[in-house]
Design a protein around this ligand. Structure first.
Ligand code: MG
Length: 335
């Protein structure tokens, strides 16, 4: 099958400032295998970059070019070990090509038709205090906000948002920004402000810290994100958290995400399905699995000013999947 890939500079509507750093643009890689499209959305805090993705693809090019059957997804992923974002791009492109060849959407291929999708949250990144209220008002169409924390004014941020949006469901994501002591102090106060869940309060490897929070019987569920990439990570943290955030870019695509979802369910964990800053290509691929999870966080395309694809459709927080074959994603000619 013919292979092409291209790095894409994505401009963001607002500076994406989280505890790991701030950016106004993101560089993702779009991969085409035959007529299948895939996306890699590498992030530095997982040790990945667009340059590394394209180098990895160059190394896999001969193997991929010999492939003539898009259903050989497991076979080719066995051979293409390494960068998870790059594996995700390959897995997505092959699922898309397979669906197109068979004439059915990927969710149908996976046996996931008719499952209702939970509403997605919308991210409020770390924002200057004088702009925060306006940013929240701008997001009035979204009944669930995910607030990025990990600053020295976290409580103040949530109080401001709660004042502006008294009836909105609030989730918070500290992006590994707190110590155990901070988490134990902040979480009960966030519960009083009606926060529904806390994502990744502690640093990636602080499994003992997560266990300490569990022992404290906090009033809000704790969800691991950066600490969980693979099904093995899900098992390692199963006794320490209430749920996990699964993303295609961490699991290396749809196959890995299904394995992580099944593992998390076997461990009795709640599941959020999230994305990085991804175009409608990556987010539409993730949404194919949306019926399997408790919470969706697929607002990536809403943060991008120059999304070059159409795919999933947002009606406020409600996501509907395209019914075209494959991922159902189309390039926008002018983008
Ligand atoms: Mg997160």
């Amino acid at each position: 099958m013919q292979i092409e890939y291209q790095t894409l500079e994505l401009r963001l509507h607002h500076t994406f400032h989280i505890a790991h750093g701030a950016s106004d643009t993101r560089r993702n890689v779009i991969l085409r295998i035959g007529d299948g499209l895939g996306e890699a959305a590498p992030v530095a805090y997982h040790g990945e970059s667009a340059e590394a993705v394209t180098e990895t693809l160059a190394g896999w090019q001969a193997e991929l070019a010999h492939l003539d059957d898009p259903s050989a997804i497991s076979w080719i992923l066995e051979r293409c070990q390494g960068s998870r974002a790059t594996r995700a791009a390959v897995d997505l492109a092959l699922h898309d090509a397979l669906g197109k060849r068979l004439g059915c959407p990927v969710y149908q291929l996976l046996g996931l038709s008719k499952l209702p999708l939970p509403p997605t949250s919308f991210t409020i990144a770390i924002t200057a205090p004088d702009e925060l209220a306006a940013r929240v008002r701008e997001a009035a169409a979204y009944p669930i906000l995910k607030i990025k924390l990990g600053t020295d004014r976290d409580l103040e941020i949530v109080r401001t948002i709660r004042d502006v949006a008294p009836n909105t469901t609030l989730r918070v994501d500290a992006n590994a920004g707190w110590t155990v002591e901070q988490a134990l102090r902040l979480i009960p106060q966030l519960a009083e402000l009606g926060v529904e869940l806390i994502e990744q309060p502690l640093s990636v490897d602080d499994f003992e810290g997560f266990r300490a929070l569990k022992r404290a019987r906090l009033p809000i569920p704790i969800i691991a994100d950066e600490s969980v990439k693979t099904p093995a990570d899900v098992v390692r943290l199963a006794d320490a958290v209430d749920g996990v955030n699964i993303k295609l870019m961490k699991t290396g695509g749809i196959q890995g995400a299904l394995a992580a979802i099944q593992t998390a369910r076997s461990c009795g964990l709640k599941i959020m399905l999230g994305c990085m800053v991804e175009t409608s290509l990556g987010a539409t691929a993730a949404a194919q699995l949306g019926g399997l999870v408790d919470w969706l966080d697929l607002d990536g395309p809403l943060l991008i000013a120059n999304d070059p694809f159409t795919g999933l459709h947002f009606d406020g927080a409600h996501i509907s999947l395209p019914d075209a074959p494959g991922l159902g994603v189309m390039p926008i000619a002018s983008a």
